[in-house]
Write a protein that binds this ligand. Sequence first.
Ligand SMILES: O=C(O)C(=O)CO
Length: 310
Amino acid sequence: MNDHTFDRRTLLGAGLAAGAAAGIGPVAAAAGQDDESTRRPFALDFAPHFGMFRHHAGDDLVDQLRFAADEGFRAWEDNGMMGRDVATQERVGAALRELGMRMGVFVLDADFGTARYVNGDREARTALQQRCREAIEVAERVGAKWVTVVPGRYDQRLEWDYQTANCIDTLKAMCEVLEPAGLTMVLEPLNARTDHPGQFLTKIAQGYLLCRAVDSPACKILDDLYHQQITEGNLIPNIDRAWSEIAYFQVGDNPGRCEPTTGEIAFERVFAHLRDKGFDGVVGMEHGNSRGGVEGERAVIDAYRSVDPV
Ligand SMILES: O=C(O)C(=O)CO
């Protein structure tokens, strides 16, 4: 047992006693949270990820889910879920169901290194269809409805419009597998300036074009507002124009890719806009914590309370 594990168990033990006395949940008590009003469910289904609250909840995955549920989070995401063993996937899925939380995205394919979506490679399509079959099994275990797809690099030797047509064909081949299973791949445009130079899909209008051409409920857009703020700004007008094709949001402020209120994006306005449009999906918290430790985690939760469109 290392010091950290010991600290966590001590903390949870102390919290259990204090929480029982106060009539509140053990993990919230361990976190020193006793104000019911700050633990009501968030209006939007913000989705933290594993590690984000580990200083409060410890290393155990289910303890982290319980802590988040106690804090009012109703969703979760885990990019690396496909890499976890079956027993862990089943344990996480059971905990999410018990806690009444929704599973957000895990990554089906984020291929930063090759141009296989856009270069017409037929073997790649077959391999991606197999990956879709594997993702369907994982999604059934954890209760996921959406999976992230990053369609890889562009090909400098090929005219752009041929690449677009090839990408559409690749995505259609993937939909042949995903659509009957009711699983939606959400295509994520990435920024080229700070994080991912050389990727094919960067803009919301481009994602819109791809999804309209593929024309399947299994192919929609993941609008990551951090990436889009860097690439093109104009966040709300693009949300409105591409609304029919957007199925999922992720957030992170810019610069720094940390929680809302640490950068330049007016998240309280963007989230109010999503509420007004009746958005009932998941908003993934795909960012780091601006400050370390327990205080940093509390700052993340407080930041979401301050921008939640109640
Ligand atoms: O790698 C990234 O930056 C992503 O947002 C992938 O989800």
